[in-house]
Design a protein around this ligand. Structure first.
Ligand code: NAD
Length: 501
């Protein structure tokens, strides 16, 4: 039996003990996860520094802060999320108990990516624990230092059988994918996403695929270009462009292209100094393979800013490419590096057309002062999310479902969405063995009259709240009439009261 098979078997056995059912148990594990982050902050930061050249504060800001927020939210809201959810009834079930009961799915496989090795691996885990599942955690082998720390230290805080960490590369992941899971939560490229889905299909296992793609960014010529470019520079070059929701390319009118280049250049200097290579908040490309891939994407395009690199350090400076076309090499795949191509279009109409001719992205960014233009982009495009006048920050709103559509993924998470994504939302209806008469309309023999009643009971929309309001109103009217009646009785003598009695 392989190590992967054993780990999954142990997790399933442990899940079947029912240990994860009580909410107190889940809260206890979530608190331990929170303790892990605060106790091991330095180990996490050191690992990320070695993997991606990120600064300690940068790691806290982009990796663990959001994670802590998600854990705290889950602890605070768990009893609300896990409670039965009453639903609207039809006339036939008006006296029944009808509700949705979230229940754990079983054993979840979480496959993480390397670009934010802690956030994208442990945030789904928060949902898995909260929803009462066991979870096999597979960090990316590409961010090897983070994977090692996770494997060594996480079991000191969480239940080892229920939440094991499995390290390894493609063959280990493939071995894991042969096992039967109750849900697979994958973060990574669309190419591997297809393989994951194929493997899941063999067991009819549902999947969440958090993928990537090319997120466009349209700049309206009438907006505050200085502020827009500062925010775009931040969103693009953080983590050296290796962010799934980074603006992949800019669309703008030819008349503003040089202004956009100039403003982005200014912001690069403001954030990363004249020499980003030696500046501690500017990271590195994850490895030589990705370094070569990103460098080759520049071929055939005009460098307007940056373009410098150092292979020995996997360093590529913040780079802007101008006069790029849809046919350029850099437009053929997700960049996932610090290159920002600018493509000129005649206006919002052409920008929308350009976006719609391509795969549905994870985010569409639009910068404009014109609310109508923003609403038009929302109405005429499709993507996992739309963010106007900023970059990345929708990720921080736990109430917003985070995920893709089409080629950028399926399913979503964050906050309660993580809980729901990794729960089975079970429909429950509890009837009494009374009122059998009403059921005759569905029992044979089927007649036109019975069908008429069935139509009435099933198709009539009842608004229970309105019904309740009407009942209350009727009660108050009755009460008011009674009070008036009493007053008159007292005023005109008792004989009427006697009639009433
Ligand atoms: P990666 O190479 O780390 O792969 C991700 C995971 O897939 C790893 O755990 C790896 O072991 C596994 N894997 C790789 N090849 C496999 C194979 N042939 N069979 C089975 N498993 C395999 O990460 P990556 O794919 O380079 O990640 C970058 C991509 O992830 C980008 O497209 C990025 O946009 C996307 N991403 C998306 C999100 C999101 O939340 N939507 C977040 C981060 C990254």
């Amino acid at each position: 039996m392989s190590r992967e098979q054993l780990v999954v078997q142990r997790a399933r056995k442990s899940f079947h003990t029912g240990k994860t059912k009580p909410l107190e148990y889940r809260v206890h594990q979530l608190k331990s996860l929170l303790r892990f982050i605060s106790d091991r902050r330095r180990d996490i930061a050191d690992a990320v520094k070695r993997d991606l050249g990120k600064s300690e504060h940068g790691t806290e800001l982009f990796e663990t802060l959001g994670l802590e927020g998600e854990i705290k939210l889950a602890i605070e809201k768990l009893s609300e999320w896990a409670a039965p959810r009453p639903v609207e009834k039809n006339l036939l079930t008006i006296t029944d108990e009808v509700y949705v009961q979230p229940e754990p799915l079983g054993v979840v496989l979480i496959i993480g990516a390397w670009n934010y090795p802690w956030a994208v691996t442990l945030q789904p885990l928060v949902g898995a624990i909260a929803a009462g599942n066991a979870a096999v955690i597979k960090p990316s082998e590409v961010s090897s230092h983070s994977a090692k720390v996770m494997e060594e230290l996480l079991p000191q805080y969480l239940d080892k059988d229920l939440y094991p960490v499995v390290t390894g590369g493609v063959s280990e992941t493939q071995e894991l994918l042969k096992q039967r899971f109750d849900h697979i939560f994958y973060t990574g490229s669309s190419v591997v996403g297809k393989l994951v889905m194929e493997a899941a299909a063999r067991h009819l296992t549902p999947v969440t695929l958090e993928l990537g793609g090319k997120s466009p960014c349209y700049i309206d010529k009438n907006c505050d270009i200085t502020v827009a470019c500062r925010r775009i520079t931040w969103g693009k070059f953080v983590n050296c462009g290796q962010t799934c929701i980074a603006p992949d390319y800019v669309l703008c009118e030819p008349s503003v292209q040089s202004r956009v280049v100039e403003e982005i250049n200014k912001s690069i200097k403001e954030f990363y100094t004249d020499n980003p290579k030696t500046f501690e908040d500017y990271g590195r490309i994850i490895n030589q393979r990705h370094f070569k891939r990103v460098m080759s994407l520049m071929e055939g395009s005009t460098v307007a800013v940056g373009g410098d690199s150092d292979e020995s350090q996997c360093y590529i400076g913040p780079t802007v490419l101008k006069d790029v076309t849809g046919e350029s090499k850099v437009m053929k795949e997700e960049i996932f590096g610090p290159l920002l191509p600018i493509i000129t279009v005649s206006g919002v109409e052409e920008a929308i057309q350009f976006i719609n001719e391509r795969e549905k992205p994870l985010v569409v960014y639009v910068f404009s002062n014109d609310n109508k233009l923003i609403k038009r982009v929302i109405a005429e495009t499709s993507s996992g999310a739309l963010l106007a006048n900023d970059c990345l920050v929708h990720f921080t709103v736990s109430a917003l479902p985070f995920g893709g559509v089409g080629n950028s993924g399926m399913g979503c998470y964050h906050g309660r969405h993580s809980f729901d994504q990794l729960s089975h939302l079970r429909s429950c209806l509890i009837k009494q063995l009374k009122m059998e008469g009403i059921n005759s309309m569905r029992y044979p023999p089927h007649t036109a009259k019975k069908l008429g009643w069935a139509r009435f009971f099933l198709l009539k929309h009842v608004n229970v709240c309105r019904l309740r309001r009407m009942a209350l109103l009727a009660m108050f009217t009755g009460l008011a009439a009674f009070v008036v009646f009493l007053e008159r009785t007292i005023q005109f003598g008792t004989n009427k009261m006697e009639i009433f009695m």
